[in-house]
Ligand binder design. Structure first.
Ligand SMILES: Cc1cc2nc3c(=O)[nH]c(=O)nc-3n(C[C@H](O)[C@H](O)[C@H](O)COP(=O)(O)OP(=O)(O)OC[C@H]3O[C@@H](n4cnc5c(N)ncnc54)[C@H](O)[C@@H]3O)c2cc1C
Length: 421
């Protein structure tokens, strides 16, 4: 009987466990979960924090008991794995207990970034990554008495937190060192349109502003100015939980390579044979650049987890990689960014009745697309872009073209992005 160890029980850990069980009915799958909760969907945390979703809604795969029973898992809750020994194939928990394995997955996710200088001012701040973060913000907002809020980070998470605060009648300012919203996904032209619409609804922005620290009075900027705030929320990104790698005794000459995340190959195996990694803690292939990069997205964590699980169970499986993409709904708007917006090319724009599509093409190759005002076409375009990059069909199918036309795109624009009618 093969013994599998899965460290971390989020989206990636869950999908790995499920895939292993689907291939190996007998194996012992031990999950080390540092929370006492089932796998949690962080994407839904702002909906829970704003009281739009009940607690059980943030656990997409059911309760721990249901998961344990359905997939025959041995789940250890509220435990932290501190040490991995890939030579003797054993892990050590914080309480000193040891467990043996034949194959191991690191699926430890990521945590919200808090620069040390932000802490020096002694002010309180709120994060949005874990369920505890969402619960804390929900309680704070429910207590009332908040007039002014500052959200640091014009990110996808920042905008959702700003929406939540704004809906509760709180005057909200988003501060960012960048010069426009969503700089990792949006073109400046599209970001400015979004900003104008948000400003009309009452959100304020301060771009090009560095935060120096957080005090009890609010946010102190790099120029010394104070942005008075009753609450400060930090949404400036995440860093991968990779500490375990430093605490890993690896097989000789095969250290686990870590950049910003744990580097994996197309089988989700790290540079140390037998150790796999998946989800937000790891760097898989960015299909556009061919380089490894953390692509911190739910579906990516699910696909990587499944791929890792299958390989761990002995079924050789490849996950080619992914592209950067963001699909976000906020304050009555939809924004979708596909691909790397910094890649060069010629800009083409299509506008019609609230819909804006901008695409950057290099020759006939799409490098990136921004869509504002229609989430229904994002799946078609993302699949098209991904297929192009893994050498699949170069043209949109007739059905895809019909769906795009139904959503109001002109045939001229459809042809430009891969149609052929
Ligand atoms: C507010 C918010 C909004 C988001 N919106 C979107 C979106 O719109 N679309 C999208 O695709 N993605 C979105 N994401 C990202 C998406 O939720 C993540 O990419 C995905 O959940 C990552 O799953 P994971 O399993 O890799 O990591 P996690 O969910 O972080 O799970 C890792 C688990 O491992 C545990 N762990 C860590 N170290 C140890 C240890 N030593 N021992 C035991 N356990 C350990 C952690 O506590 C955690 O429970 C959003 C994220 C947030 C926070």
């Amino acid at each position: 009987m093969k013994r599998y160890a899965i460290i971390g029980f989020g989206c990636a850990g869950f999908h790995a466990a499920k895939s292993i069980r689907q291939l190996d009915a007998e194996g012992r799958i031990t999950v080390f979960n540092d929370t006492g909760q089932p796998p949690f969907n962080p994407m839904l945390s702002t909906y829970y924090a704003s009281n739009k979703l009940e607690l059980d809604g943030v656990f997409p795969f059911g309760t721990l008991e249901e998961i344990q029973e359905q997939w025959s898992l041995d789940i250890h809750n509220n435990v932290q794995v501190d040490w991995v020994d890939a030579t003797s194939k054993a892990i050590t928990l914080q309480d000193g207990s040891k467990h043996s394995f034949d194959s191991i997955l690191i699926a430890t996710g990521a945590r919200a970034i808090v620069p040390p200088s932000f802490r020096k001012g002694g002010g309180d701040y709120f994060l949005m990554r874990t369920l505890a973060d969402a619960q804390r913000l929900r309680t704070k907002v429910e207590e009332g008495g908040i007039k002014r809020a500052t959200v640091v980070g014009g990110s996808m998470v920042g905008i959702k937190v700003a929406e939540l605060l704004h809906e509760n009648g709180i005057e909200t300012t988003i501060v960012d060192a960048a010069s426009y919203l969503f700089p990792l996904a949006a073109y400046e032209s599209v970001a400015k349109v979004i900003q104008q619409r948000l400003e009309k609804q009452g959100i304020k922005f301060l771009f090009g502003a560095q935060v120096s620290t957080i005090t009890k009075e609010g946010v102190v900027l790099g120029d010394g100015n104070l942005l008075e705030s009753d609450i400060v929320c930090l949404c400036i990104g995440t860093s991968a939980n990779v500490e375990l790698v430093a605490n890993t005794k690896v097989v000789e000459d095969s250290p686990v390579k870590v950049n910003r995340g744990i580097v994996v190959d197309m089988h989700m195996q790290t540079t140390c044979p037998g150790i796999y990694a998946a989800g937000d803690c790891c760097e898989g292939i960015n299909l556009q650049t061919g380089k490894t990069q953390i692509i911190g997205l739910w579906a990516n964590a699910a696909a990587q987890g499944s791929c890792a699980g299958r390989n761990m169970a002995g079924k050789t499986t490849v996950y080619y990689g992914n592209i950067l993409h963001n699909i976000t709904h906020f304050m009555g708007m939809d924004f979708i960014g596909l691909g790397d917006p910094t890649l060069p090319g010629e800009r083409h724009t299509f506008k019609k009745e609230g819909l804006i599509i901008e695409a950057v093409l290099e020759g006939d190759r799409i490098n990136s697309i921004n869509i504002f005002g229609n989430y229904k076409i994002s799946g078609i375009l993302k699949n098209h872009l991904t297929k192009l990059l893994i050498g699949g069909e170069r043209k949109l199918s007739i059905a895809q073209q019909g769906l795009l036309a139904n959503q109001g795109l002109s045939w001229e624009f459809i042809k430009l992005i891969g149609g052929e009618i």
